[in-house]
Design a binder for this molecule. Structure first.
Ligand SMILES: [Zn+2]
Length: 170
């Protein structure tokens, strides 16, 4: 493998490891987004995912009461402490390009219009919980299979379960 490509893969692998700090229910979106960006040749580094409240409070002070030229964060209650945000620093692409790919998976760049700070901040608050959707689908499949094979009264019981599941997932 040529060194440049190898370096690119390393970026990608490290970003994926870092994104493991996200809530597990939204990790699928991070993986899909990173894969899509790699295919497009976008190189960037995921610099921060989880941040505890103490660190968030300290960051909020920068550019306010702790010194520093300008603020580095806009809020005290960060989606980082909920494990629903990542910060990136771009290398060979723009934040806008990376954000355009991210939005396809429900990942948003809420501060994209504020180039002063936090332009590399992406949020997972609107990402759908893929595993939950999958498990409902899997349940429906299993019930349908069972209904075909079983005889009453088990058949009727399964039919009722399926009815309840379908009305809930609407
Ligand atoms: Zn951030």
């Amino acid at each position: 493998m040529n060194p440049k490509l190898q370096e690119h893969h390393m970026y990608h692998a490290n970003n994926k490891i870092k994104c493991r700090e996200l809530q597990s229910r939204v990790y699928w979106a991070a993986g899909a987004w990173l894969d899509a960006c790699e295919k497009l040749g976008y190189k960037f580094t995921v610099t921060e995912v989880f941040r505890d409240q103490q660190r968030q409070d300290r960051l909020y002070g920068i550019g306010r009461w702790l010194g520093g030229d300008k603020p580095v964060t806009w809020t005290l209650s960060s989606t980082h402490s909920k494990r629903l945000a990542v910060d990136i620093v771009v290398d060979n692409c723009t934040y806008h390009q990376v954000g355009a790919v991210a939005i396809e998976y429900g990942i948003r760049r809420p501060l994209g219009g504020f180039p002063l700070y936090d332009e590399g901040h992406l949020e997972f608050t609107h990402v759908k919980s893929y595993p939950i959707i999958l498990s409902v689908e899997a349940k429906i499949k299993a019930l349908t299979r069972g209904i075909k094979r079983k005889l009453p009264p088990v058949k009727t019981m399964l039919q009722n379960q399926l009815k309840r599941l379908l009305s809930r997932s609407k």
